[in-house]
Write a protein that binds this ligand. Structure first.
Ligand code: MBD
Ligand code: FE
Length: 315
């Protein structure tokens, strides 16, 4: 395959109700650097040499507002624009003001089949004068060519959403997970890669009562002790963990999940595996975990029993 049209998850926009709580959480718990704060309260949070990887806006949704995907070149951006348009989806170009606000050279925007706002951009700001410096004593985030990490929104039609991301945007399926009793014979999650990160994007069926689009985002650190140091902060502050520490079967990530001030979770991980498109084989799994990842608090006993059941196709 030629070079990908989209090479990484570049930035993520989140709308929140409690911006003060997020400033504290994003920096002192997650370890991101506050790069800039606008008069309206918007926070630009940094994980590496880029000026920002998260934009936290005080607009009240407590959910994801947009996902910013990197096109490596102007030609790639134009090709994405042509393909999305040919698929019958309306594409708009970001205005100069919007580009300034996003700190990109140019971007296009359109909705995925579930109505999630996607932005495909060229030229994210790098600030070489101010090297990344975490406010926490961690060795740093694993981003680079693998981008932010991953986001997992819910989808109302996993097949239709898969077709859009694969056929139109050029994402590659990594694997499938079947672990939900409410969808007999159908899978519950699909994982996609756009670079060596096992998944930059995954979709899942919403759980009953789940009103948010975003279930969690994942950020990866360089050292297992960075996970442990953050785990200590989370425990000492009494921040609820939604999944206890454990290891994922598909991407080999060692991680735990904590609840954010907006209700959705952040997965904080280390040592995810890398995929090579020349040798990768799609597999399907019936459990998400090698060990641990015990569901805490927010899951019903029935859901826990279903997800923890031994591997084996259901339905
Ligand atoms: C993941 O990163 C994840 O969040 C789940 C639920 C399963 C496998 C990998
Ligand atoms: Fe995850």
């Amino acid at each position: 395959m030629d070079r990908s049209l989209i090479t990484q998850l570049g930035y993520v926009g989140i709308g929140v109700a409690d911006i003060a709580a997020w400033e504290d959480f994003g920096t002192n718990v997650l370890g991101m650097q506050l790069y800039q704060k606008l008069d309206n309260g918007t926070l630009y949070l940094r994980m590496d040499e880029y000026s920002h990887r998260f934009v936290i806006e005080p607009t009240g949704e407590d959910d994801i507002k947009y996902a910013g995907w990197m096109a490596p070149t102007v030609n790639a951006l134009k090709e994405v624009q042509a393909r999305v348009t040919a698929a019958g989806v309306k594409v708009e170009e970001g205005s100069p003001e919007e580009c300034l606000y996003r700190k990109v050279n140019r971007f296009i925007t359109f909705q995925d089949p579930d109505g999630l706002r996607l932005e495909v951009f060229v030229g994210l700001d790098v600030d070489a004068n101010k090297p990344f410096h975490s406010p926490r004593a961690i060795s740093g985030f694993r981003t680079g060519d693998m981008g932010v990490g991953h986001i997992v929104p819910v989808s109302k039609d996993l097949q239709a959403t898969e077709r859009f991301y694969v056929d139109v945007l050029g994402f590659r399926v990594s694997d499938y997970l079947f672990n939900r009793p409410d969808a007999p014979g159908q899978h519950s999650m699909t994982f996609f890669h756009v670079n060596a990160r096992h998944h930059s994007f995954a979709i899942g069926r919403g759980r009953g009562g789940n009103t948010k689009r975003l279930t969690h985002w994942m950020m990866e650190v360089n050292n297992i002790h960075d996970v442990g140091l953050t785990y200590d902060v989370v425990r000492k502050r009494g921040i609820p963990r939604t999944m206890e520490i454990g290891g994922h079967l598909n991407d080999h990530m060692t991680s735990f999940y904590m609840r954010t001030p907006s209700g959705f979770a952040v997965e904080y991980g280390w040592n995810g595996r890398e995929v090579d498109d020349n040798t990768w084989v799609i597999q399907q799994y019936h459990t998400g975990d090698i060990w641990g990842h015990e569901r805490m608090g927010t899951y019903t006993p029935q859901e826990v029993a279903a997800m923890d059941a031994p591997a084996g196709r259901r339905g």
